[in-house]
Design a protein around this ligand. Structure first.
Ligand code: NAD
Length: 352
């Protein structure tokens, strides 16, 4: 396997955690005789400082020409002025759009040894293994018209929640495909009692469910889903939902695992390069101290092995090594331990 991988370390702890994930990918390449060619590009605040824009056309072109993109995190106090014309997150949006990644996958598993790190009662967390799939390029965040005007003497703001059937179909079909390799259960989350776009979503999901009876489909209203995620999180397998609903539910689900530093994500499109990043931000409060938890980024690299590089056994091996390291008590500071970022990776590599 020969693959070009673009690395966007970004800002804050981004460069610290991506460096650790690269060590793991290099170990996988060495063991399996693969050639991963890494090329580093700027994105976020560091790109604003150098080029005046969060993502240059050249960096985006490199990402588009690659097999997969590994991203650390972007942003920080230096670029946080809300009035600024150029902002680090613009790079993220441009990248997602440029790569056409319409599905954001966030797996949430709670390691048995970390049950006490979560704000939820341990008995609620037994067996939690959820894959939340958020539609990423449509819905309320992109629908037109959006904007401000004045109507009847009052200032008015408009956002539009719009979907076409094909946009729903491709993300729900992906949910079904991925459910087949898991516990074969899809929960489609909508607000069909109120929203027309949700009624279309439900109609499309129902048709896909009829065509694939081996996967159990249920529909759940988003308000009910937000409650059940904390009341009975182990009852979910694959959850698929609209962009803004997913934005909120994925953050809610991430709390189950105890630390932001533990969770990976993947954003996938139609066969183009996938985008892989931890769910956390640039953590400016701990940047430069070598104490960030690299696990979320290492598990993102495992998702890259599975979804973009066609190496599922290697992905399993990385995940198993992380699992064993945690089971053996290896902990960075966010998990109540004292291991430095690179020492945590050493422990994972020893078990790979
Ligand atoms: P954050 O995720 O950066 O940090 C939240 C808290 O979690 C902090 O206390 C931090 O120290 C801790 N934390 C996060 N990742 C950790 C890790 N790997 N190991 C140990 N502890 C970790 O969120 P924030 O503080 O709200 O945002 C900081 C900056 O990151 C902001 O500029 C924000 O815009 C940006 N951000 C970027 C992304 C992204 O690049 N995708 C996502 C979220 C936030």
């Amino acid at each position: 396997m020969d693959a070009q991988i673009v690395v966007l370390p970004g800002d804050g702890i981004g460069p610290e955690v991506t460096a650790e994930a690269l060590r793991v990918l290099e170990a996988v390449a060495r063991k399996g005789g693969h050639a991963f060619r890494f090329s580093e590009q700027l994105m976020g605040g560091c790109s604003i400082d150098r080029h005046g824009t969060a993502l240059t056309p050249g960096a985006l072109a490199a990402c588009k020409a690659s097999r997969a993109v590994l991203l650390g995190a972007v942003g920080g106090p230096k670029w946080d002025d809300p009035a600024a014309k150029v902002r680090p997150e613009q790079g993220l949006l441009a990248l997602r759009k440029g790569l056409g990644v319409f599905a954001n996958l966030r797996p949430v598993k709670v390691h048995p040894a970390l049950l006490d790190s979560s704000p939820l009662k341990p008995d609620r967390l037994q067996g939690v293994d959820i894959l939340v799939i958020r539609e990423l390029t449509g819905g309320l965040y992109f629908g037109q018209p959006k904007g401000r005007d004045v109507r009847d003497g009052h200032e008015r703001a408009v956002d539009t929640l719009e979907y076409q059937d094909y946009e729903v179909r491709r993300v729900v079909e992906l949910a079904f495909r991925l459910a087949r390799g898991r516990r074969r259960k899809v929960t489609s989350v909508d607000k069909a009692n109120v929203l027309e776009s949700s009624r279309l979503w439900r109609q499309v999901a129902t048709a896909i469910g009829k065509a694939d009876p081996e996967v159990a489909l249920d529909h759940m209203l988003v308000d009910t889903a937000s409650m059940r995620l904390v009341m009975a999180p182990a009852s979910f397998d694959v959850v698929v939902t609209e962009n803004m609903f997913g934005d909120i539910l994925t953050d809610e689900a991430s709390v189950l695992a105890g630390s932001m530093g533990m969770l990976p994500s993947a954003s996938l499109g139609d066969g183009g390069p996938g985008l892989y990043e931890p769910i956390h931000g640039s953590a400016p409060d701990i940047a430069g101290q070598g104490i960030a938890n690299p696990v979320g980024t290492i598990l993102s690299a495992a998702m890259m092995l599975r979804h973009s590089l066609g190496l599922p056994a290697e992905a399993d091996a990385v995940e198993a090594a992380v699992h064993r390291a945690i089971a053996d008590g290896c902990r960075t500071r966010d998990l109540g331990g004292a291991l430095q970022t690179s020492r945590m990776t050493d422990e994972i590599l020893r078990r790979l």
